[in-house]
Unconditional design. Sequence first.
Lengths: 265, 263
Amino acid sequence: MKTLARRTLVGLLARIGRTAETVARHAGELTLLAIRVAVATLTGRVALRDVLIQLQSIGVGSIPLVGVTAVLSGVVTSQQGGYQFTSSIPLYVLGSVVTSSVILELGPVMTAFVLIGRVGARITAELGTMKVSEQIDALHSLGRDPVAVLAAPRLIAGTIAMPLLVGLADFIGVFAGLVAARFSIGLGGESFLFGARLYWHSWDLLYSITKGLVFGFIIPLISVHMGFGTQGGAEGVGRATTAAVVFMIITVLVMDATFPPLFLN
Amino acid sequence: MIEYIDVYKAFDVPVLSGVSLTVETGETLSIVGPSGTGKSVLLKTTNGLLVPDRGDVRIDGHSVYGSDGNTLQQIRRKVGYVFQYAALFDSMNVFENVVTGLPDGEARRARSPEVLRKVCDALEDVNLDPGLILWKVPSELSGGMRKRVGLARAIVGRPEILLYDEPVTGLDPVNTATISRLILEIRERTHVTSIVVTHDIEQALEISDRVALLTHGRLRFVGTPAEFRASEDPVVRAFADRRAAAEVALGMVEKETEEVEEE
């Protein structure tokens, strides 16, 4: 019995050690990649054309899905809030609840999830396929830096596009909440906006956009890092893409949890 | 001149165990050997695609691994690399793929008539009709065409050294003969130094000034095709002569069968 307990404990400690080693390795490699992207950008080795192509793909291409997600977030928040407020709390408070929920949390986080699924997974699969089919080696052999050609345009585009997408999601989400409040509990637009203004802090919008900026940098950074590290054919690409999505979701949620104590107190 | 100096490389197991070899300027050297003996690994250490655990590679006296980033980039620009599966960029058409083989300054002027001429010349050099394939993407090309576009990309920048990684693997006999002829033509026209990693011993003996046999991470033989054919070494003979290879294979099968029966 004692031996079994000892083995279990050793196994658990070994697993914790391996996880810590993996986290430390990824953190180090992500930092190095971020530094190399910064150096490539500051030394003018990133082609504007590549950045514009990625802006089109990451930013403009994501607008429809971000719009749908924002509409649904606003509508659901408004309906559920309305359901809870119909008894004792003044209905106009719903305007504040919807606005704060969408701007502080749902807008940035739901947009981040859209970007992870639509853009992050695609970047990892694309770069992973390039890695296993020797296209990254081909870039090296042609004297070109894959960080400047592949990584930097995606990171720059993500960092520019994401705050704009979050701003758009915030606006659409609040508007959808306003419309839903009218139809679900009969709260007029003026009352909704009165409630929204009553508890409004201009800082909230900056907070939301700042989240977008951070997520817009971290999502392409992780997806590029995982793509560059892909090994072993089609199966390896699948494995790397799945791992990248899990890695991005956890990172976004952990960073999201660190925002309130850092910026809302 | 390319010098491999005591090159070691291991992944989980040792792959290269102290390879030293010199390839003279303008020479064509083929590296042959069984699968998994490190031929492609040795080729990839030439321009820094894989970093050796020990040893060095020198190109025209400059150490590939003792150089700073800029010098390494300059060394890489001297070297054209033809990948086993062409490694064309999927998202680019043939024109854009070949343009990446030009130096940065020219590649940025991709729309200029001068660059278009160079790309078309490189495609014609590998017997491809630019009018037919220039704007196609790699997925629209056959395996042989993709290999030739990969070759065009490698030669468009007029490199001093060409590295071929299994240039005829997976090709039919006609395409194999075409690629072999192209390698010879390019060498005669440009006097480029070439290293060819291949499984095709006939091709190696046909196109090379010297042949190197790599087994178990070490060089077992380096010599001219004539010396290769005349070698008494049974392993070399197994590669040079199909009948000898068959005998060696049969011997291995019989030995394994005896071992199984003894067990």
